[in-house]
Design a protein around this ligand. Structure first.
Ligand SMILES: [Zn+2]
Length: 1004
């Protein structure tokens, strides 16, 4: 990103016709340094929006309006299937081939309730157009083979293909993906609100597909849906980045050749407004042994304005932010303080990805009989706010947050272009102005003016859209221990019903079809088919590592790293405290210390006052924990160095981060100083509320990221860094939180004493490293602010000797209420500077997109199967996600190792694996991420020279080296540990055959 604050020059004028496109509108938005072009393809009517800017991570996205006619998952199964292959690219799985051998920085597809989007991004121009060309062809001209439909959607099979008497089962990737989604309380809760607030629209259906309805979808319906909606006339192209508009138009004209304008009826009807509120009750699965107490969630939802009315939408966004966006929000506070539930419902907030906006709020951790009381409390609070008025500071804080988010360059897991695309579709998809939501500073200015003229602006919003709006739904979501059994039983009944009506030859046909599908899946694409994909060569790749500007200085005797980067007027300060010597009994308390410090009172202010200060003066304030191994320069190529590891050295830090607009740097750093030096842990009620929130969030994360929990459980016994990760964010942490929650009354004093001890021990100068990220102007301001902060921080307290826990390797099974499994097998692995590291990096890519993808996803029907090599923590992991299998998957892992140690990789596959591996190394980062990454590399002792050696190793790796590495790494049978998260019955059954039994534990 260069330091260009201005928009690119206008290259095509409004009203001009170019390459078959009519330029409808050109507008510059200096605040985000964008020149926007809105165009229409004259022949087909395709709509195109290009946000031209100086970001070299270009984004290409095609979207279609795809309202679902039912809950068979049509849009979702199609989203998966078009990416399988087209006439021009007749591959079995073109998507996976693109993932493997390109420099894509983002390649995915999303099914929304009313649209399907196919985005690709790359920082390399040739790669970008290669990807765009293939993606467009796949989407517009897919083959949609019956085999693809069967694999991605659903097909019947026999539970035991050798036994015609065995049960009929349904298999399919989307089918299993949705089984996972239907095990997650958060997804079910969101679904209940959406489907019941908009009962007379396509939103009443599940575009993702309900596991019950998916098997009734036919191949003909599937083909017809593509014919109806996937045409340029129903498409929206969103383009973003530094490639000139004219180049895009030449490209688009070429790929649109042969398409004509067609009539597409994809309009989303508005939901008629209700005259009276409504209510609904739903259930979600919990484990049979789990207590039913405080497991209900109560939500109240409203249907609000049309999304295209952007002015109202913005007022609603600010009002919602003021009501529930911070701990000082009156609605959030009233609900938490009431004690009617444990914490705010996870669906709380504004939903803008629908034609008419929705708002929901509620309580989690309550009882069904409290629903009316909760609804009344919500309405009474809104009435009070409308009557007494909002606290002005709350509105100011929310306006500041919106302004900050509009300004900050964010590139987390998604490219920045994706963030902007999301805002554009809120209006564009429904016929509104696509640019309405992009110019935040101007929009906020307009709101401020309106507010000055009309001081009751936000109170009126509360009245109109919440109090006198009868389109309101009370939704109660209760736990059901029988949920999974009932579903299993009804499924089995249905299947045996079907089977009973089928003659023997029909059953034989099912068996033969399933067998034919498996052999179809097993055949690899031929070399000439694979060659049709445009591809990058290793020689085209950048040889040199990208570095992050880093200067080392001393501020008041404390080491400080500074990173001079263009941050669009935002400064980032990290304070990293060494915690590697914290005694074992205190280590598990560190995550709560971070949570409490950043969310409670300080310096004479209570938590509510602090929350307002944080919203007004910072763009974000939080803490995190980080641990890793040191880059080990003494590592030997001898395999004993990999399996030995007894003398492993690690680092651990607690990092506080604050971000602020330049004009607020002093105030933001003051907040941080107040928290660290005068943090107040005396408010017991607040402490209990935060504890409940943390516990519930971690608990709700288990099912959606079961593979990561399984990886943590297994990795914890292999390296200290991984042990800490599990202890701080895995099952162990969840247990601690649950136990503490149950006995809070008895244990709070002792617990608070521990936290005070920790505070005293940690927040001292000698433990500190500072990390500053901004441009020259911002850095100078940050240094001054940091000096003031250090003057307040107590001296003393350098870290003592390392605290090292005892590691006990053991295979575990964790019982969870889910219809699918998450299977992890984790091994110790060398760190970055080991000579084997580069080859292992390439091997993990090759296995993930090759053998594991094919056997766990394509043939196994799981949503995902992969391996991850983590050189920071010294681990190599095999993982599966939303997996119908358990034992089979463990077999696949074993065979994967056999294959890579025995078979040499082909020249073509090696080339692709290297390109893909470089792609993962070159993921772009936002300014904040770059500053933090440089800090972590410093802690790990990883220099740019080490990174260059590693990159050279990846670029130069040969087929022989890969195989040799596989042999040296895998054959000595490096200590491996298995962890499986699955339903208890599955675990017990697995133990009947597993030679090494899983120790079965329950999730608390
Ligand atoms: Zn999917």
């Amino acid at each position: 990103m260069t330091q260009n604050h201005k928009c690119p020059a206008i290259t095509i004028s409004q009203g001009d016709s170019r390459s078959g496109f009519m330029m409808r509108r050109v507008e510059q938005i200096p605040e985000i340094r964008v020149t926007a072009y809105e165009m229409e393809h004259e022949r087909t009517g395709a709509r195109v929006l290009h946000l031209h800017c100086d970001d070299r991570e270009n984004l290409y996205a095609i979207a279609f309006r795809t309202p679902p006619p039912d809950s068979t998952g049509l849009p979702h199964i199609l989203e998966h299937s078009v990416l399988a292959g087209s006439e021009r690219y007749p591959l079995k799985d073109a998507f996976n081939e693109l993932l493997k051998g390109t420099l894509q920085t983002f390649l995915n597809a999303f099914t929304y309730p009313d649209k399907t989007i196919y985005p690709v991004a790359s920082q390399v121009r040739v790669d970008y157009f290669n990807l765009a060309r293939v993606y467009t062809d796949l989407v517009l001209r897919p083959r949609l083979l019956p085999q693809t439909f069967a694999q991605e959607g659903h097909h019947l099979d026999l539970a035991d293909p050798k036994d015609p008497g065995s049960d009929l089962i349904v298999s399919g990737i989307v089918y299993n993906e949705m089984k996972g989604a239907y095990s997650s309380p958060d997804s079910l809760m969101y679904k209940a609100l959406q489907e019941n607030l908009y009962p007379d629209t396509p939103y009443a259906c599940d575009s993702g597909g309900s596991p019950e309805a998916i098997p009734s979808l036919t191949y003909e319906q599937f083909k017809a849906f593509h014919r109806a909606y996937y045409s340029p006339s129903n498409a929206y192209w969103f383009l973003y980045g530094d490639i000139p508009t004219a180049d895009h138009l030449i490209f688009l004209e070429e790929i649109l050749a042969g398409f004509e304008r067609v009539q597409v009826d994809s309009g989303i009807p508005s939901q008629p407004r209700w005259d009276v509120p409504s209510a609904v009750r739903g259930y979600y699965p919990v484990a049979k042994a789990e207590s039913m107490q405080k497991k209900t969630t109560v939500n109240v939802g409203w249907m609000l304005s049309e999304n295209t009315d952007h002015d109202t939408a913005l007022l609603l966004q600010i009002t919602a932010g003021a009501l529930v966006g911070s701990a000082a929000g009156p609605l959030r506070k009233a609900l938490i303080d009431s004690g009617l539930g444990e914490d705010l419902s996870p669906v709380t907030g504004l939903e803008r990805d629908l034609k008419q906006i929705a708002f929901a709020v509620g309580l989690r951790g309550t009882e069904p009989q409290k629903a009316q009381q909760i609804e009344k409390l919500i309405l009474d609070t809104l009435r009070r706010v409308a009557g007494d008025g909002f606290d002005r500071e709350l509105i100011e804080g929310t306006l500041h947050q919106v302004e900050f988010q509009g300004k900050e360059i964010q590139r987390g897991t998604f490219p920045y272009g994706i963030t902007l695309m999301g805002r554009v579709f809120h209006t564009w998809l429904y016929g509104g102005d696509p640019l309405a939501g992009l110019n935040f500073p101007r929009l906020i200015e307009a709101v401020r003016r309106r507010w000055a003229e009309h001081p009751a602006l936000f109170e009126d919003v509360v009245r109109k859209w919440f109090l006198v709006n009868p389109h309101r739904l009370l939704s109660v979501m209760e736990p059901s221990p029988g949920y999974l059994d009932e579903q299993e039983a009804s499924f089995r009944n249905r299947m045996s019903g079907i089977k009973a009506t089928l003659p023997a030859d029909a059953i034989e046909k099912i068996r033969r079809d399933a067998e034919a599908l498996k052999s179809f899946q097993a055949q690899a694409d031929g070399p000439e088919t694979l060659a049709c994909l445009p591809r990058l060569n290793v020689r085209d790749l950048e040889r040199t590592v990208e570095t992050i500007p880093t200067e080392r200085m001393s501020i008041g005797g404390v080491t400080a790293l500074t990173h001079e980067l263009f941050t669009n007027g935002i400064a980032y300060l990290d304070m990293a405290f060494d915690i590697s010597d914290i005694p074992e009994d205190l280590q598990p308390c560190l995550p709560l210390l971070g949570k409490f410090m950043t969310n409670m009172g300080a310096a004479g202010l209570d938590y509510e006052q602090m929350a307002k200060r944080i919203a007004l003066k910072t763009g974000g304030f939080g803490s995190s924990l980080s641990a890793g191994l040191f880059a080990d320069r003494e590592a030997q190529t001898d395999h004993k160095a990999i399996t030995g590891f007894s003398e492993e050295k690690h680092w651990q830090k607690m990092i506080f981060r604050v971000s602020a607009l330049y004009r607020h740097i002093g105030d933001a750093v003051d907040i941080l100083a107040d928290v660290l030096t005068a943090g107040d842990l005396s408010d017991e009620t607040r402490m209990r509320d935060l504890l409940a929130e943390k516990k519930n969030r971690l608990h709700a994360a288990v099912i959606p990221s079961g593979h990561l929990f399984a990886k943590r459980s297994a990795g914890a016994s292999l390296s200290v860094a991984a042990f800490r990760d599990e202890q701080w964010s895995g099952k162990t942490q969840l247990e601690l939180l649950t136990n503490l929650m149950h006995a809070f009354g008895d244990r709070k004093e002792a617990f608070r004493d521990k936290l005070i001890r920790l505070k005293d021990l940690i927040f001292r100068r000698e433990r500190l490293t500072l990390n500053l990220t901004a441009d020259t102007e911002g850095l100078a301001m940050l240094v001054r602010a940091a000096q003031a902060l250090l003057a307040r921080l107590p001296m003393g307290g350098p870290a003592g000797p390392l605290s090292v826990p005892e590691l006990k390797p053991r295979d575990t099974g964790v019982a969870i209420p889910a219809q699918v499994c998450y299977v992890a097998k984790v091994m110790k692995a060398p760190t970055y500077t080991d000579p084997l590291a580069a080859s292992l990096w390439v091997l993990s890519r090759q296995l993930s997109s090759g053998y594991l993808y094919k056997h766990i996803r394509v043939q196994g029907g799981a949503y995902g199967g992969m391996c991850q090599y983590d050189p920071m923590n010294g681990l190599f992991a095999f993982l599966s996600y939303r997996d119908p299998h358990l034992l089979t998957t463990l077999d696949v892992y074993r065979r994967a190792v056999d294959i890579v140690t025995r078979e040499k990789i082909s020249v073509e596959d090696l080339e692709k694996a290297v390109v893909g591996a470089i792609g993962t190394l070159d993921r772009p980062m936002d300014p904040a991420g770059r500053g933090l990454t440089a800090l972590i590399r410093t802690f790990a002792g990883l220099t740019d020279a080490d990174r260059q050696t590693f990159r050279d190793g990846v670029l130069n790796v040969t087929a022989d080296q890969l195989q040799e590495t596989a042999v040296r790494y895998f054959e000595p049978a490096a200590a491996s540990v298995v962890a499986v998260y699955a339903a208890e019955e599955r675990l017990t059954r697995a133990n009947e055959v597993l030679p090494a039994k899983l120790t079965i534990e329950r999730l608390s």
